[in-house]
Design a protein. Structure first.
Length: 77
């Protein structure tokens, strides 16, 4: 499973819906994620990719799309 597929699986798990956003689609503007779901998603990303995401970086714009999440993770591992 490639990183984008793993990220999509995490998003689906967090929102409990079978969503299929485009890699560059805003997860927040489209209503797929909201600020309440962000901490849950970050926790799942930390587990899946064995990374630590500091609270200071837990901002929606940093995790705007699947592509941005993938770029962020690539810079952390």
């Amino acid at each position: 499973m490639n990183p984008q597929d793993k990220i999509l699986a995490i998003i689906r798990k967090v929102v409990k819906k079978d969503v299929s956003p485009a890699p560059d689609e805003s997860l927040f503007d489209s209503g797929i994620l909201d600020s309440f779901a962000l901490p849950d998603m970050i926790g799942e990303l930390e587990k899946e990719f064995s990374i630590r995401i500091p609270d200071s970086e837990a901002r929606p714009r940093k995790f705007e799309s699947i592509e941005r999440i993938e770029q962020y993770i690539a810079g952390r591992v």
